[in-house]
Design a protein around this ligand. Structure first.
Ligand code: SF4
Length: 378
């Protein structure tokens, strides 16, 4: 398949692996965080760590949209589905994220709540058109990649005069989260992880471009390479990061030139700016409150804002105390460090958000990485 097969060529992968081995200084440690869950999945699935020297370490970041949704936001959605007039629509993975007391939207659905899985925001708009006597709430989550379709759904509902379509907005922004991670990496303490470079997100960057990372790379003297999702993309990005470290550079480079530009997708950015504005602060699972890191619906579209319509206050909620998702999302711990990993917590029975989506570090490690652990310890 074009744009897939040629980026999975094992002979080329071994050549890049040899170039990486030749480029590194054998006595220094290279710690690179892949921000995005798609890269975490690719690294685990394709066994990329087996092609890297011992002293080149990949650290999983918080870029999985389902994983970073805090328990309090899940609880708010569950509260809403207890209203008889509400149909709640959302993407499949979100339905399985645990809320407080092991509740979830999936469990609420099993108990009779009207929760529906959709593949697109426009599916939710269609449901609203077909159920005019109900209030259809789309639970919107995700980074800059999923925000434009939510903006277009709201605009479509407005254009069609729909009065029963609402959005519970939990969209988050990547650059402020990267800033929080890089800030933390420059401080000392047991809860920080030192970084020598960042593999920048792919899908997000198709929308926002590479420009927003420039200030971050400069301020924190950390190289950033925006990278595609195939194994050769990731291998090449790691080589590019090592080359920057070697040359003491901290630039933003674009490995994913077949999809990402400096400026990004202007039409998508404009639709988002029309419908949403930046929240002063937002809680991320793992990162805590991060200033200017999420979006809310503008007052011009207030009639579509479920948060305003139902006056939903944000009530922070504690995670399962045995779950290490917060530390995993910060890169401080690895999935296998959690005592629930594989013992009660699996993709079929997730006890934390990182085991829900295939992009979550725990789910990726359960599906692929644990076999590497067994092999390495044999
Ligand atoms: S194994 Fe489960 S409980 Fe533990 S950190 Fe991962 S998702 Fe959370």
């Amino acid at each position: 398949m074009k744009f897939v097969d040629e980026f999975r060529d094992d002979v080329l992968a071994r050549k890049i692996s040899a170039s990486i081995a030749a480029a590194i200084h054998p006595e220094r440690l290279y710690r690179f965080m892949e921000f995005c869950g798609g890269h975490t999945h690719a690294i685990s699935r394709h066994g990329i760590e087996d092609l890297l020297p011992e002293n080149v370490r990949m650290i999983h970041g918080p870029g999985c949209p389902v994983c970073v949704l805090p328990t309090g936001r899940v609880d708010a959605a569950i509260t809403l589905v207890n209203r008889e007039d509400v149909i709640l629509c959302t993407y499949g993975d979100v339905m399985r994220v645990p809320g407080s007391h092991r509740a979830s939207l999936m469990r609420a659905k099993a108990e009779g709540a009207d929760v529906r899985m959709v593949y697109s925001t426009l599916d939710a708009v269609r449901i609203a058109e077909q159920a005019m006597d109900r209030q259809v709430v789309f639970l919107a989550i995700g980074f800059e990649t999923t925000t434009p379709p939510t903006a277009l759904a709201i605009k479509t509902a407005k254009a069609r005069g729909l009065r029963n379509f609402l959005v519970l907005c939990n969209h988050v922004l990547t650059p402020p989260a990267i800033q929080a991670i890089l800030q933390s990496s420059k401080s000392d303490g047991p809860e920080t992880v030192k970084l020598d470079g960042l593999v920048g997100p792919a899908h997000v960057s198709t929308v926002i471009g590479t420009q927003p990372y420039v200030r971050l790379a400069e301020e924190f003297r950390t190289p950033v390479v925006v990278c595609g999702f195939e194994p050769l993309d990731v291998m090449q990005a790691i080589f590019m990061l090592i080359s920057q470290v070697k040359a003491r550079r901290a630039d933003v480079e674009n490995q994913y030139t077949r999809a990402v530009t400096r400026q990004g997708n202007r039409a998508a950015q404009s639709a988002v700016a029309d419908v949403f504005k930046v929240r002063e602060t937002f809680e991320w699972r793992g990162l805590g409150e991060v200033p200017d890191s999420a979006l809310r619906i503008r007052k011009e579209y207030a009639e579509f804002d479920a948060e305003q319509r139902y006056r939903i206050p944000y009530i922070p909620a504690a995670d399962n105390p045995a779950c290490e998702c917060a530390a995993v999302l910060r890169g401080v711990k690895q999935p296998q460090d959690c005592k629930l990993f594989g013992k009660g917590c699996t993709p079929e029975t997730p006890m934390g958000s990182c085991m829900v989506s295939s992009e979550g570090s725990c789910a990726a490690h359960w599906t692929y990485g644990r076999f590497r652990d067994i092999h390495n310890s044999a």
